[in-house]
Every structure is written in C-alpha cells, then in structure tokens.
Write a protein that binds this ligand. Structure first.
Ligand SMILES: [Ca+2]
Length: 342
C-alpha cells in the first residue's frame, strides 16, 4: 500500500524537523489553493457521469461536492516526499520503536486481550503483529489523520497524474463506502492520501476487508478497537499470514558483491537455506526450513544489516511495500510480546 507511507510521514516529519537546521524558512504551502472548483474540470464531469451511470450515484450530490472542492496543494507535496526511501533504517525505526510505544502496545494488548485471542482463533494471525501494525500505523489509533478524505482523494485523482487512475478508483470506493456506511461526504477524516481509521485502510480495502468484529451493526475503524483488530487480522489472513511461523532471522553475508542482485529482490521468498549457503549467505540463529528472501537494510555508509525473510515478512509488505516498515512492525511486535510475556 503505497499510501500507508503517509501515516509514517507524520513521524518522519518530526525527525525531519529536528535534523534540518535551515536558516531560510520555507514558504508554507497553502492548505487549499482556491482557483477553479473541481466541478469545472472535464475529467471530473466524466467521473461524475460514471458514478451516476454505473452506481446510480446521486449526481446532484456529487456536483455540489465537487463545486465546493479545490486542490489541496499539501496533498501533492506530501505524496511527492518519500523520506522513508532515504532514511537509514536505525533512524526510521526510531520513529516507531521506543519504550513509550512498546508500553502503549502492551496496554492496548491487555485491554483487548479477549479480541486478540479471538482474532488469533478466527484468522490465524499472531496477536502481537496485529498490535504492532496498529502501533506503527497510528500509535494505536491516536493519529488517524485529520484531513477531509474527499478533498485529499479528489486532489490526488485529478492533480497527481502519476497515480491518478489509482486514486480515482479509491475515490470511487470512498464514495460507495460513504453511501453504504452512511457517512456524510466531506466529514470523513483521514491521512493525506485518504487512508482511514486506526488501521489506515484505503477505501477499497475498507470495502473488501474491514469487519464489524464487535458485531454492533457497523464497522467503525476510528472508535472500535475490536473492529480494528478484526480488520487487520482479516487483511493479513487474506494476504497469506502463516500463524506462529517465523518472519525474518538475522543473516551473515560472506561476499556482499556476489549477492548484490539478490538483496531486496522482489516480494517473495527466493531460495532454501541450502541454496543460500552455496551463495555465502548464512542464518546466524536457528532457523526453520522453507524458502526465504534476502533483506539488506543500510545502517550507515559502510554497514548493511542482513536478514533472511520468510513468507510472513512479505505479507507485512502487502500492508506497506517498504522493507523498513515491515522490519519495524516485526521488531515492535517482538518487543510488545516480550513485555507482555514477561
Ligand atoms: Ca463494530
């Protein structure tokens, strides 16, 4: 999920502020640039026609909404910034893994013990990973984004050509979701990219994979920790989570240049341990049978840390395609489980 990056950017932003001591203050980007309302763009009119003809969507409602919606420049700026690509892993990780976040995760797990145990049984997903994902995404529901999702998705759909088609399909999903869930358009708050709730699902994933886990008759990913837990577990099961199986183990690489093309290659396990050993790649702890991929995360100019990653690691990458993200989730999950277990 490309867009989950935005949840991260909140935390990265803090790092960015402290690290940059630029005496020249950047011009603040205006929150909404008033120029032409979206309703006047031909491609928006085409989109409205499509919603009306394909989904019998209320045309007047859409015209009225787009007439009052203007480009939000910050959405584009945020989407173009991808600090996670350039931040060394130890700095990236520091945004998510600290004693406070571990402690909050332990508390979250304690008060949701029943739901987490039930999710393990229903979905076969390890409880600590569910908690850690919520911790990394939104600090357990504290930072779910306060941007109007309609404006964000409209801006990305029609003013961000690189991913316009993707965001138009998310805007379409959001509109259908709003109609199904009884949300008032313009009142749903989310991240800059339109990610929703404690779990930061994009609208299409909300439609497909969110569940009413506490069975109170509605899915509420903002206020129901149970719904968030069930929805994350459902997502991970859908993407192939293997219960109580390893995710990644530390590795040693004898000749980095010999395996450089295999490091961080693809989104699936590549070789068995025997095959890795012929390439000079070794697990440095006990390991389970099965194929793994080779992950390398740069710690500094000179140092790269290596891991051998099992299927579960790549399942977390289905939530957010960053390897740093997946490793942070797993580290946080381990820390929370250690505290909870001890
Ligand atoms: Ca519910």
């Amino acid at each position: 999920m490309f867009t989950r990056v935005l949840a991260i950017s909140l935390a990265i932003g803090l790092y960015g502020c402290s690290a940059v001591s630029n005496p020249v203050e950047a011009q603040p980007v205006p929150e909404v640039v008033k120029s032409v309302p979206y309703s006047e763009l031909p491609e928006v009119q085409k989109f409205i026609n499509k919603m009306a003809s394909q989904h019998n969507y209320d045309r007047q409602l859409l015209v009225s909404m787009f007439s009052n919606t203007y480009k939000r420049e910050q959405v584009i700026t945020k989407s173009n910034n991808q600090p996670e690509v350039i931040t060394p892993y130890h700095e990236y990780r520091a945004n998510f893994i600290d004693p406070y976040r571990v402690q909050q995760g332990v508390k979250f797990a304690q008060r949701n013990k029943t739901w987490l145990e039930q999710a393990e049984r229903d979905y076969g997903v390890d409880w600590q990973v569910i908690v850690a994902l919520l911790g990394v995404e939104t600090a357990y529901g504290k930072v779910t984004g306060n941007r109007d999702v309609f404006t964000s998705l409209t801006t990305l759909s029609f003013d961000y050509p690189r991913r316009g088609a993707y965001f138009q399909s998310e805007l379409e999903a959001y509109l259908l979701l709003a109609r199904n869930q009884g949300w008032t358009l313009g009142e749903t708050k989310g991240s800059y990219s339109g990610a929703l709730g404690m779990v930061q699902f994009m609208p299409s994933n909300h439609m497909k994979l969110a569940v009413d886990y506490d069975q109170d008759g509605r899915i509420d990913l903002w206020n129901s920790e149970a719904d968030a837990i069930g929805s994350i577990a459902n997502y991970l099961r859908h993407h192939g989570w293997q219960y109580q199986q390893r995710s990644a183990i530390p590795a040693r690489v004898d000749q980095a240049e010999q395996v450089s093309e295999l490091v961080n290659k693809g989104r699936a396990p590549l070789y068995s341990m025997n095959e890795w050993s012929t390439k000079g790649v070794w697990a440095t702890t006990d390991y389970a049978a099965g194929k793994t991929g080779l992950i390398g995360l740069r710690e500094s100019e000179e140092v790269v840390d290596y891991w051998l990653a099992y299927e579960n690691f790549f399942t977390i990458m289905d939530y957010n395609p960053s390897r740093r993200y997946a490793m942070s989730v797993l580290e946080l999950a381990n820390r929370i489980a250690q505290h909870e277990g001890g």
